[in-house]
Design a protein. Structure first.
Length: 81
């Protein structure tokens, strides 16, 4: 994902910021302050794996993995609790 693919939108009724994917119109996050939203948007665009995290490299059709074109952040395997 590139920075140009994201946009930040302020909701004055709820006093929150949203980060959206410009292409899919999917809301990626909700934040109380603009700096938090901006930091999240920049992190989304770095698209680099982080140390000590597990990522799905392959998977079935439609699954979030690197082989299907998803970013490292989208392909992170979260622990089920």
């Amino acid at each position: 994902m590139k920075l140009k693919d994201l946009f930040l939108e302020y909701d004055p009724d709820n006093n929150v910021w949203f980060v959206f994917n410009e292409v899919s119109k999917y809301r990626l996050g909700k934040f109380d302050t603009y700096p938090e939203a901006k930091k999240f948007a920049l992190k989304c665009t770095s698209n680099k794996p982080e140390a000590n995290k597990v990522y799905a490299l392959t998977g079935g059709p439609g699954s979030k993995c690197i082989a299907n074109g998803n970013s490292w952040a989208e392909s992170e395997v979260k622990e089920n609790k």
